[in-house]
Design a protein around this ligand. Structure first.
Ligand code: CTP
Ligand code: CA
Length: 233
């Protein structure tokens, strides 16, 4: 009952979450994507909603339906996701980038279906914008005292999790990085559970056991709330 009637920890806050995988067109019937299910980002959006936040969920391709009670912005490519995210930053208190953004896209998407031939086919790929890095740069360029969101990125790794995660945190100027070893049992894409460790500017912040994605979402929001309190008025 207290959950329904009492004040909630994120009352009045705006939370922007990205989830799912991006879709990079090759031609009208083919695309490049990845194994992201959207579940981790959806769990965070749902948990933030239950804590009283006004939630915007920017979602690419996902295997499950987004939660009710949040604003859903459907996108396909990384470029579309970038635009949807960047224009909402000034209104956001917390940004969680759980989406699996394709690192590359076809250099020349075709307007017509590519016909087969006996020849080998080479597809040229060009790098996508790094949205999390652009968020970090946008934040760094804001004047002192201007409203800045607390930014949480993710890192999907298969080796040297700590090293790669802390490198990403620094390169992308994020406040926290949630790292998962996608090869670990019960972790990563498609599952309902996850095993993550969270890194901040001073190193390891939390090393969580195997938990449901819902419980992982709760722990991540606890850390975001601590971060907001530390940087807030
Ligand atoms: N990310 C992003 N834009 C991209 C690529 C990644 O915003 N073009 C974000 C993801 O949403 C995630 C974080 O950056 O929050 C880390 O993504 P990850 O794929 O683990 O790292 P990369 O920097 O792309 O490096 P690599 O894939 O080589 O490990
Ligand atoms: Ca990547």
């Amino acid at each position: 009952v207290a959950m329904l009637t009492g004040p909630k920890p994120l009352d009045g806050k705006r939370v922007l979450v990205t989830a799912g995988g991006t879709v990079e067109r090759i031609d009208p019937v083919r695309y490049i994507t990845n194994d992201s299910s959207g579940k981790m980002g959806f769990a965070i959006a749902e948990a933030a909603r239950d804590r009283g936040a006004k939630v915007t969920l920017v979602v690419g391709k996902a295997d499950v339906s987004p939660p009710n009670g949040v604003e859903v912005v459907a996108v396909r490519s990384a470029a579309e996701m970038r635009d949807a995210v960047m224009c909402r930053l000034p209104d956001s208190d917390i940004v969680v980038k759980a989406a699996a953004v394709a690192d590359y896209r076809p250099a020349r998407p075709r307007a017509e279906k590519i016909k087969k031939s006996a020849e080998a086919l080479t597809l040229e790929l060009v790098p996508n914008p790094d949205i999390l890095q652009e968020i970090g740069e946008w934040k760094a360029s804001r004047e002192d005292g201007a409203r800045k969101p607390f930014v949480i990125g993710f890192a999907a790794e298969t080796t040297d999790v700590e090293k790669h995660a802390t490198d990403k945190l620094r390169r992308k100027k994020s406040d926290l990085i949630v790292a998962n070893d996608v090869t670990a049992e019960g972790a990563g894409f498609g599952t309902d559970t996850n095993v993550v460790s969270v890194y901040g500017p001073n190193g390891l912040v939390a090393s969580l056991p195997l938990l449901s994605k819902k419980d992982v979402a709760g722990r991540i929001l606890d850390l975001a709330q601590d971060g907001l309190r530390a940087s807030g008025p």
